[in-house]
Design a protein around this ligand. Structure first.
Ligand code: HXC
Length: 261
């Protein structure tokens, strides 16, 4: 364990960090304290250059049932804005981390919990995971990037169905509509996430980082600007040891040994 906060656990094994949401009495509802813990945990990860992949998970019972409704219910406009800002900050930070981030999801990933998973690069879900953005049903809308990320991920037709009708999707359907990367048996979620993380650890870190940036850029920009960005990143790859080793290993018909410097 490299960090033990009130509502979040942070461990590191090999080069993989795992943040476990740990507020079992409220199905990991994302209260203000939990969000503060997340910010601290992410800061530790940012400073530890040995960490190559981050996994975010909850418990077998729940990933996260959303922002804390009880804490939020009497918010005025300014407090609501601060809540939304903090959630956006966490999700934006995860999205722009220079390492891959995997959400390992069992049980409900609702509202802010779903939005947190959407900010990750990969979602590995159990058959009984439940993704949903039910905020309209309690008189609000998603406020942590959900309307934007979900729409770009699965299109406006399906996003409107989930956000406006409150339709929830289980793991298999989430996979079929392109919301999750992989759907596995509930009990295999964490094992699969670690397997996936280990596979990513074998790839050169700089190329992974550039690839993540380029794809994220595509989501937010027009194609011509994106192509220019890709060209710049592609040429930057040629200043890395990874490129030299990767291509040399290919020509020498051996496995590359990346230093990840
Ligand atoms: C506060 C919550 C909570 C939440 C669950 N709990 N979700 N507390 N905020 N979002 C608490 C319950 O009050 C209860 O506490 C305990 O967790 C167990 O929940 P139950 O409802 O008894 O469990 P169950 O019957 O199994 O139902 C599970 C559930 C349901 C379907 C996930 O809890 C639910 O619908 N939760 C709310 C989902 C939601 O609307 N999320 C969106 C929130 S708004 P007690 O003390 O009674 O035992 C949002 C906005 C994001 O996320 C934008 C932020 C900027």
């Amino acid at each position: 364990m490299i960090g033990e906060f009130k509502n979040v656990l942070l461990k590191k094994e090999d080069n993989i960090a795992t943040i476990t949401l740990n507020r079992p009495t409220a199905l990991n509802a994302l209260c203000n304290d939990l969000n503060d813990d997340m910010i601290e945990a992410i800061n530790i990860i940012r400073q530890d250059l040995d960490i190559r992949v981050l996994i975010i998970t909850g418990s077998e019972k729940a990933f996260a049932a959303g922002a804390d409704i009880k804490e939020m219910m009497d918010s005025n406009l300014f407090e609501a804005e601060r809540t939304s800002e903090k959630a956006h900050f966490i999700n934006d930070t995860l999205e722009s981390l220079p390492i891959p981030v995997i959400a390992a999801v069992n049980g409900p990933a609702l509202g802010g919990g779903c939005e947190l998973s959407l900010a990750c690069d990969f979602r590995i879900a159990g058959e009984n995971a439940m993704f949903g953005l039910p905020e309209v049903g309690i008189g609000v809308i998603p406020g942590a990037g959900g309307t934007q990320r979900l729409t770009k991920m699965i299109g406006a037709v399906k996003a409107k169905e989930m956000v406006m009708s409150g339709k929830m999707v289980k793991g298999r359907e989430a996979y079929e509509i392109g919301l999750v990367t992989k759907c596995v048996a509930d009990e295999e979620v964490m094992e699969e996430a670690v397997k996936y993380a280990k596979k990513l650890c074998q790839k050169p870190a700089s190329a992974l980082q550039f690839a993540k940036s380029a794809i994220n850029y595509a989501v937010d920009n027009d194609i011509n600007t994106g192509k220019r960005f890709e060209k710049a990143l592609f040429s930057s790859c040629f200043s890395t040891e990874d490129q030299k080793e990767g291509m040399k290993a290919f020509t020498e018909k051996r496995r590359p040994e990346y230093s990840n410097k």
